[in-house]
Each structure stands twice: as C-alpha cells, then as structure tokens.
Design a protein around this ligand. Sequence first.
Ligand code: C2E
Ligand code: MG
Ligand code: MG
Length: 536
Amino acid sequence: MSSGTAVGVGDVISALLSRISEAVIIADEAGCVLHISRTASEMLRWGGSPTAAALAAALCSEGDTWRGTLPVGNGNEKTVVLHKNRDRPGIILASLAEDGEAPGETGVDPLTGLPNRAIFLDRLHQSILGASRSKKSVAMLLVGVDRLAIVNDALGFGAGDRLLAELAGRLNQCVRATDAVTRLDGDHFGLALVISSLTDSVLVAEKVFHAVAKPFLIDGRELFITVSIGIGLYPADAGNQGDLIKKSESALRYAKSSGRNQYKFVSNDMNARARHRLELESRLRRALIQKEFLVYYQPKVDVESSMVVGMEALVRWKDPEQGMISPVDFIPIAEETGLIIGIGHFVLAEACRQNVQWLAEGLPHLKVSVNVSVRQLRSRTLVDEIGIVLRTSGLPAEMLELEITESMLVDNVDATLATLRAIRDLGVGLSIDDFGTGYSSLSYLSQLPITTMKIDRAFVSDVESNGKAAEIARAIIGLSKGLKLDVIAEGAETLAHIDFLREHGCALVQGFYYSRPLPPKEFAELVRRGPIVRDA
Ligand code: C2E
Ligand code: MG
Ligand code: MG
C-alpha cells in the first residue's frame, strides 16, 4: 500500500508541492522520488539521472540526516542537508536545505532566531575545550520533534514552521545563558551544556519535556507535541564535536525507537545510571518529607583518659524498603540535586537539639561536630542558618564544630574564607576533615580561621604497614602543633593505631577501636559508663 497511497492522492500532492516554498521530497523506500516540491527541484536544478541516483542513495542512507554533495544540473555540485522522516511505512519524506551559512546571513537561523549550526558547532567546540581544562563534561542534547509531519500535513508547513519557532524559544529558556542552543536542521535542535555530573543533563532534559508539555498556540489552535532527546557526552562518548553530534543522533534514534517522548543516553551504562539516580533522587525527596533520616553519633575520645570528649554527628537514612543506606551512597546525589541543603539543615538542627537535651539530662559538656557539604558552604544563608539553629536550640556556640573537607577549600577561595570567618565569629569551631587528601597550600592553610585538623583515616589505617602513611600522619600532627590547632585522627581501629597516635602526640581519636557511630540512646549510655575500656 506504500506507493499506492501516494499515487492515489498524487495529483493533490503535486499541486500542493508546486505551491509551497519548502524544499521537500517524497520518495519510496528505495529512494525513488515520487514527488518533489518546486523549490527542491529548483535547488537541485534537477540534473536528471545522476542527481536521481545520488539522491536515492542519500535518501536510503542510515540515520535521519544526510549531509553531502549532490550532482546537480549542468555538471555542478551542491552541498546539502537532507532531513529524513520515515514515520510512514514505505515512504521517505525529506526536507532539503543548502548546507553551511546562507550568504548574507549573520549566524542566525532565520526561522527561529537561534544561532545557526556553524555558530553552534563553534560554541560546542569551545565548550569542549573549556570542559577538558576544568575536568568537566559537555552534554549534547539532540532534541527531535516527534511526528512533526502530522502538523505539517494537517495545517501546512507554515504552521509547522511557527511551531518550530515557538519551540525554539521554549528550549532557549531551559538552559543557562552560557549554554548553546541551535536548530541543527529541520525539526532537530541541539543544546550544548557544560555539566559537572550526569544529573545536570537529566535535569535539563526534564526541563525540556516540561516546557514542551504546554500547548502550542498555532494559528488559533492549541497543538500538543512531544519530543525525544538523545544525549551524548564528552568525553565519555566522543572526543570531538562532530562525533558528539553523531553519537547524540544515535541516542535520539534509540529514544524514538523506544517509543518517543523520552530521553536516552548513548551508552546503556549511562541509561542505567540515570535511571538509578532518578529513582534514588525521588526516594531521597520523599525521605526528607517523611523524616526517614536519623543522626548517629560517633565518640571522640581522649587517648590518655579514654573519656568521651565529643562526637561526630553522622547522618543515616532508614529507607522503608532497603533498610539503612550509607551516606557515601546518597550524599553525592543529595549534593548534586541540592537536596543536601534540606538534609544538612536537618542534621545540624537535630545534632544541636540532641546535645542540649543531653546537657539537660546531666551528660557532660560535649562538642558535637557536624559535616558540612560544598553546596551548604556555598549557600549564602549558611551563616544565618547556623545562628538561628544555635538560638532556637539554645546550644552554646563553643559546643558546636563544623567539619569541612580539605577539597572544599580549593575553589572560590575568597568567598569561602569570608564564610569561614563569619562562622568563627559566631564562636563555632571549624575542623578540616579528611586532612591530607586535598591540595591546600601551607600558606593558604595558615590563613584559614580553623580550629582543628582531622587526619584522614587512610593515613591512620596504614600507619603500621606503610612508612609513608605514618610519616604523613606524623607530619600532620607536627603541622597542627605549629599552627596551634587541635588535631584528631579518624579511623583508628586497632590498639596499634591508638599507640602510634598517642606516641606521636595526637591526643584525640575517633574510630571503631572505641566505638562505631551509635544511635543517640546507645551513645548516651556509652558516655555515662565513663572511660571506654577495651579488652586487650
Ligand atoms: P567523614 O565525615 O569523614 O566521617 C567519618 C566516616 O568514617 C564515617 O562514615 C564513620 O562511620 C567512618 N569511620 C569512623 N571510624 C572508622 C573506623 O575506625 N574505620 C572505618 N573504616 N571507618 C570509620 P559514614 O558515617 O559512613 O560517613 C561517611 C561520610 O559521609 C562522612 O565522612 C561524611 O563525609 C559524609 N557524611 C556523613 N554524615 C553527613 C552529614 O550529615 N552531612 C554531610 N554533608 N556529609 C555527611
Ligand atoms: Mg566528618
Ligand atoms: Mg573524614
């Protein structure tokens, strides 16, 4: 029935195609031209059988887009882009455009007002260069309109064009000003984003679906469309902009063949990861609302007296289906999605509240340490938030300390310094967590308004087996003395670790040797029992 359909309405189609301004071709599945619009035939200056043969090959080529040169009349050649649509079985509907910038154009796609393909490619290239310098990634989102042909058929190409122009505006709203958007050809739009994680590209893809879901008002009618998105990543999927676009084209085909109205990454591994992340994200969101987070406390112990002198508050997630989930598995995602702000606030408020309650119950003064993530440190409201939590809980500022990892101190040095100073001005202590794993310089360190250095557990666990680790642990202890800072070691698991640390002048220790992180009740009982005695 394939060509039968076309022939049956052939006269109508021919009449139509002679009147529209678009360059379109209708061919059968072998690439044999059934109808060609006047504009298309003028463009090709219909060069007879050489043109027909080359065109057939182009029409039947893999993929939705073909770019190349076609022999045209009078022995000339023309570089063109063919955008193919195979939505109807047995028929190839193609639109034809001259490739490259049209003469006299200023880098703008006249239909949509977006930067044209050439400008986009250049910006994509720049993004790739920038990303490789800053160890980031670039995501190329190729957005294809699902079944634009239906709109074109029902309302004419003019309506289709107006829809594309409106869509272009909406897509432009989905990205930051520094990201690039273009109409690559026909009904394909390209979005190039510099991203720091897979999640960033997922978030933008979802924004696009959201933007497209609203009806399009075209010629007085409300139209609903869907799009499919193929996402290619640099450097994971491709090493240059040309390959990146090709990869995103194949991901787009995958999205379309999987049922349209969805996004797909190039690799299955990425698709699985994106799915897992999204799932985890929505569970995390729910967890925050349904109060599934708990705070455990791990004692900080004075090695000489074996008395608990403080504790680190460590968040735990009790998922109703999966049980206890470790913070190492969800903090990074909470960080990427911004959920860490809510979780971090909960831990801070709860740790302060708990500590005040313990004081009231007669426990000694203990300093509680709360971990702060990058996102929290960057937030403008962190300092105010700490102030409010201290006031509402009634916890004296000296009984609170914040732990910040060394790696968080490297970026935004000035802003970070200002925040840290403001926190110190409140009277709250500041500890550098995982010390020895970051890259802070000594001169920078000496400027930081910190009170404590916390030796990373990697060095502690290796003090016996690895001379270098022992040397680093010793050096950090020496450094803290020199800078007049407190020092604490984390991850002490054995008596040998404790002995080493005591001998080298590290008076405070946190680790499984004394205790694992405990639920509040058990922690209070441990403190009440007095010195922590371990069997030899
Ligand atoms: P961290 O701040 O360095 O916390 C110390 C981690 O070392 C804790 O893991 C603790 O249970 C573990 N640990 C303590 N002693 C030992 C030991 O002797 N041996 C070994 N192998 N491990 C020990 P946890 O509770 O799984 O937390 C992991 C990380 O998750 C924390 O590392 C911290 O970076 C993050 N985290 C935990 N709670 C929070 C929170 O409330 N907010 C933020 N932003 N991050 C948190
Ligand atoms: Mg910590
Ligand atoms: Mg640590």
